[in-house]
Ligand binder design. Structure first.
Ligand code: SF4
Ligand code: SF4
Length: 122
């Protein structure tokens, strides 16, 4: 019973995601999560064909209005911080809203940035 309820909650949340972003029900977007905090290596930026990334103070965010769901950035991220919204684990759902909100505040980034911390092994 508990599993059925959990499954219902997950489906209900996923159905609501497009509403947060004003996108159609058949659309999705990609989301940067907290693993990006403090590194900002920005390997994801040059591969994005539509300049969907925005630069926050300690991490990047994806603009859901701009992202075309091409998946190109996911493999570039060395810390696995980027997810398609439909693949987000429950504990990371808050990042859907955070990405949308932060992209309204912070500017677009179109070029690789100076990392905030050295890469592992450097
Ligand atoms: S590659 Fe990953 S860790 Fe680096 S800036 Fe992009 S999302 Fe953040
Ligand atoms: S999925 Fe594609 S369009 Fe969306 S942020 Fe990543 S690289 Fe850019």
């Amino acid at each position: 019973m508990a599993r059925a309820l959990d499954s219902l909650r997950v489906r209900s949340f996923l159905a609501d995601i497009p509403k947060f972003w004003g996108r159609g029900a058949d659309e999705m977007a990609y989301v940067v999560t907290g693993a990006c905090k403090g590194c900002r290596y920005s390997d994801c930026v040059p591969v994005c064909p539509v300049d969907a990334f925005h630069q926050g103070t300690d991490m990047l965010y994806i603009n859901p209005e701009v992202c075309i769901d091409c998946n190109a950035c996911v493999a570039e991220c060395p810390v696995d911080a980027i997810y398609a919204d439909c693949d987000l684990p429950e504990e990371l759902w808050e990042w859907v809203q955070i990405n949308g909100d932060m992209c309204e505040i912070f500017p677009e980034v179109t070029e690789r940035l100076e990392p905030l911390a050295p890469r592992p092994g450097e």
